[in-house]
Design a protein around this ligand. Structure first.
Ligand SMILES: [Zn+2]
Length: 295
C-alpha cells in the first residue's frame, strides 16, 4: 500500500512538472531583435521568425509567433521605438506563425490571405482571425515602405504570402523558405512541392539580387541561399520521379537512399525518408499520410 501511494505521488509530481515545463517553454523564451536593413527588423523567439517595419507611422509585423509571447514581443518592439503595432500580416495559418493573433487583434488590424482566415476559422475563436483578407496580393503603405504581400498558391499551404519591404529591400518568405533542412509542406492544407518551387522561382526573378531574406525559420539569408533551396527541391523531386518512372516503390527508393546527395538537408525536422514520402505524394497525388503520422 505504501509503495502504491508513493507511485501515485511520483506520477503526480511527474505530471505536474511536465505541465510546468509547458509553461516554462514560453517563460524562458527571449525575443532577440536584429536590425536587417532600413526600417526592417527580425525578431527571433519561439516559432516562426517575425519581420517588423518600425518607424514614425508605427509598426507592421509579419507573423506573431505564440500568444503567450505577445507581451515579450511588444517589449522587444518597444526597445526599438515606442510606437503602436498597427498591422499584422500573417504569412500563413500555422500556429507557430499566427498563434499570437488572438493577443494582437484588438490593437492591430490583422491582414492575411482569405484561405488563412478560412483555415483558422475551423478551430479558432473570432478574436484570432484576420480582419482584412485578400485573394491574391495586398500592399500596406507605412513608414515610407511599400510593403507587398504576394500570394504563392499551393506552396507551403494554400494561403501563403511572401512579404517584400520594397524600400528597405528585405523579404520575409514565411515557411516557403526555411533553413532547418527539408521543408515541411502541408499537403493537408493545399500545399505542394511544385507550388513552392513556382512561388519561389517567381520571387527570385523579381527580387533584387542583394535583397535580404528573412526565412520562416532560421538565420537571415540571401537570394543565393533561396536559389540553392529551390535547386534542392527540383533535384530531389527529379530523383524520386526518375525512380518511380522505372517502376520502383517508395520503400525501394528509401532502401536505395535515393536522396543521399542531399543528406545535408536531412535535418532534425524531416529526414530524407520523410521527404521521399512528401515528394511521392506530390508526384502521384497519393495521400499515404506516412510522413504526417511522424509529425
Ligand atoms: Zn508553417
Amino acid at each position: 500500500m505504501k509503495i502504491a501511494v508513493s507511485w501515485i505521488s511520483i506520477l503526480a509530481i511527474a505530471s505536474m512538472s511536465s505541465a510546468a515545463a509547458q509553461v516554462d517553454k514560453f517563460a524562458n523564451v527571449q525575443i532577440k531583435v536584429t536590425h536587417v536593413a532600413g526600417s526592417v527588423y527580425m525578431l527571433v523567439g519561439e516559432g516562426g521568425n517575425i519581420g517588423a517595419s518600425i518607424g514614425e507611422d508605427g509598426i507592421v509585423i509579419v507573423d506573431d509567433q505564440y500568444a503567450p509571447l505577445a507581451d515579450k514581443i511588444r517589449a522587444a518592439l518597444k526597445g526599438v521605438a515606442d510606437k503602436p503595432v498597427r498591422y499584422v500580416i500573417n504569412t500563413h495559418f500555422h500556429g507557430d506563425h499566427a498563434g499570437g493573433n488572438i493577443a494582437f487583434q484588438k490593437e492591430a488590424a490583422i491582414i492575411a490571405h482569405e484561405n488563412v482566415r478560412k483555415r483558422l476559422a475551423t478551430d479558432q475563436p473570432a478574436e484570432a482571425l484576420p480582419v482584412i483578407t485578400f485573394g491574391h496580393d495586398v500592399n500596406v503603405h507605412l513608414n515610407g515602405e511599400d510593403i507587398s504581400a504576394l500570394h504563392t498558391p499551393h506552396a507551403h499551404t494554400d494561403g501563403d504570402v511572401l512579404v517584400y519591404f520594397t524600400k528597405s529591400n528585405v523579404v520575409h518568405m514565411g515557411d516557403n523558405f526555411v533553413r532547418y533542412g527539408f521543408p515541411y509542406i502541408d499537403t493537408n492544407a493545399g500545399g505542394s512541392v511544385s507550388g513552392m518551387i513556382e512561388g519561389l522561382e517567381k520571387a527570385i526573378a523579381h527580387l533584387p539580387a542583394d535583397v535580404k531574406v528573412i526565412p520562416g525559420h532560421g538565420a537571415l539569408a540571401t537570394l543565393e541561399d533561396v536559389k540553392a533551396f529551390v535547386a534542392m527541391l527540383k533535384q530531389t523531386r527529379a530523383a524520386v520521379e526518375k525512380g518511380l518512372n522505372t517502376g520502383k516503390t517508395v520503400e525501394q527508393l528509401k532502401a536505395e537512399n535515393v536522396l543521399a546527395d542531399w543528406q545535408s538537408f536531412s535535418g532534425s525536422f524531416a529526414k530524407a525518408d520523410n521527404f521521399i514520402d512528401v515528394l511521392y505524394e506530390d508526384l502521384t497525388g497519393a495521400q499515404n499520410g506516412k510522413w504526417r503520422e511522424h509529425n
